[in-house]
Design a protein. Sequence first.
Length: 473
Amino acid sequence: MRSAELVSMLTDSRRRTLELQADLTDEQMRVPLVSIINPFIWEMGHVAWFQERWTLRHLRGLDSIRPDADALWDSAAIPHDTRWDLPLPSRAETLQYMQGVLDRVLEHLPQGEAPEQEAYFHWLVAMHEDMHDEAFTYTRQTLGYAAPPGPGRPVGGADEGVRRGPGGPPHEALGDVEVPGGEYLLGACPGPGFVFDNEKWAHPVKVEPFRIARTPVTYGQFAAFVDEGGYGRQEFWSDAGWSWRERERAGHPVYWLRDSGPWQLRHFDQVVPLPLEVAILHVNWFEAEAWCRWAGRRLPTEAEWELAATGLEKRRYPWGDTAPEPEQACLDFRSTARPAASDLAAGDSPYGCRQMIGGVWEWTSTVFEPYPGFVIDPYKEYSQPWFGGEYRVLRGGCWATRSRLIRSTWRNFYTRNRRDVFGGFRTCPGFATEAQRHGESRLAPAPQSPARPSAPGGQHFSSKNEPKGGEGV
């Protein structure tokens, strides 16, 4: 990869990080201690520390700009709740450290073409920063701050919360599609480009024929479950889900509001009418599972999701191998006003599934586990510590995901209770098995393939997996 391309990617990631903080006051930067977020100042320093660790210290053998860097920002060594008590640098000093690291990285890039091994580590830190930028964004929603700046939207600017499509059919009319079964290669295939270790490598799985919804579940469809008392009916919930609901005293999705009249939604710092035709955001795995039980449906397995997205020919994206365009996928912070679920037909998969990339992360029934022959990559904290247990796989990206990061094989993962993240779901007809209902759906058995050597890689980053889940920085 040419160094000029790396410079463009690294500077763009840093620009976005700074945009997400620039409009916040010093008081807003002092976030409360909550298990699902990080202190903004800490997280800003952390993304620069991660870059310094891998591309200056690991790759070039240089010393840190700050002798206290590891004590302040090493997420693997610093427990989440102690980050509020650290002697963190001021905002100005943190920004100075971030700029100093980036300047030093760019100064040491080779002229012309960067060796593959070196390019890998620059990709790693850019992907890490992109994921933290998504976390910064959903943290702003958690705290009720203004919608973040984006293309065509000023710093602190608001929007209407939903963009309606031009005269497309209503979501309910789109129905399900048929997906023929067969042996399918699940996971990423070896080749050029950056791949995380938990995507390696493509291996055969047997997928039975199935049907799956063309579109994700919408706010309007979910509201019918809420209005019929779904949160109070234990028969729709697994034991773990019902325990979560009682513990949280949840009676509807987070951020929903109603005094008298229709449901409304807190969209960052604005209250807007519930956008009925848009794919629902901010529901956790338990809520998705309960809706499925109420509707006589189920979550797809990870293998079903990927097959529905790519077809047997294994495309990089549902529409093919070309990079996402705005008419195909809602990505890159273009607007927090997301399209209706029936929009963006240009991004359909080979079977006619819509918006499988962008918009909302989609929960699957599958436990986050390694693929056969898994080999850990240099960033050891990315995947391996989070395999099994409470973590479930999500696919597809969301409106705040960078297009350079996402692909059909990309595996996100969060604990079942997380509803602060940009998660939604699509469904398949038919009830889940007991194993699926209790969150035990695992990867389909497959013949053991010879383990391939693992290219350098790493994966999930810090604001995700702390006690909350889904990232290991």
